[in-house]
Design a protein. Structure first.
Length: 197
């Protein structure tokens, strides 16, 4: 049985719970990309992002994460689950902190490729360099500042939606977003090559 791609999330969830694999596949195709990009920027590791996205969707499929459509959109629920899983991952990582091998951050440079296929090689190079600078600056922000920036600037969620995902009040979202923007601007200025200043 095929499922039309334009069905609302609530209907796809209902079908998924009845055992329709095509409904789960449609939900996955619809939400996997934004969720993966969020977790990748949040954690900085493609492997970790893939694992967290997989665990998020498996929890949705098995009912381990109980989504209530009356409490908000599915995408925001999935962002919240992925954020909580990322927090657990970071907590475990802090407990078992080991110094990274020399040059480890150079190995991950290709993880966030947002260049357009229409640009020439120079355009793609400049876009990749700018994206890498933003990714590095984001990674230096504390997680509680990083989440609002990613969700607001890259996923265009409202303050209220971010508050629901991060489980804080709207005032906290506003202040964290303002502080994160200031810190991000300062970090991007520090990462800028001396010749560009």
């Amino acid at each position: 049985m095929t499922t039309p791609p334009d069905q609302p999330d609530a209907e796809l969830l209902r079908q998924m719970r009845l055992g329709t694999a095509a409904a789960f596949a449609a939900l996955y195709r619809r939400h996997q990309g934004p969720l993966y990009r969020f977790v990748l920027l949040r954690c900085g590791s493609a492997d970790t992002a893939a694992d967290i996205v997989q665990e998020t969707f498996m929890g949705l499929l098995t009912g381990r994460y109980d989504y209530d459509p009356l409490r908000g959109q599915l995408q925001h629920f999935l962002f919240g689950v992925a954020r909580n899983l990322a927090l657990k991952w970071e907590e475990g990582r802090r407990r078992h902190a080991v110094l990274p091998p020399a040059g480890a951050d150079e190995d991950e440079e290709d993880e966030l490729d947002i260049a357009s296929e229409d640009d020439g090689p120079l355009g793609r190079l400049l876009e990749n360099e700018a994206a890498e600078q933003v990714r590095r600056a984001l990674s230096l922000l504390p997680p509680h500042y990083r989440d609002p920036v990613i969700l607001y600037e890259l996923h265009e969620l409202s303050y209220q939606e971010i508050a629901a995902v991060c489980q804080v009040d709207i005032g906290t979202v506003r202040s964290r977003l303002a502080r994160a923007r200031a810190a991000l601007a300062k970090r991007l200025q520090a990462l800028r090559p001396a010749s560009a200043a």
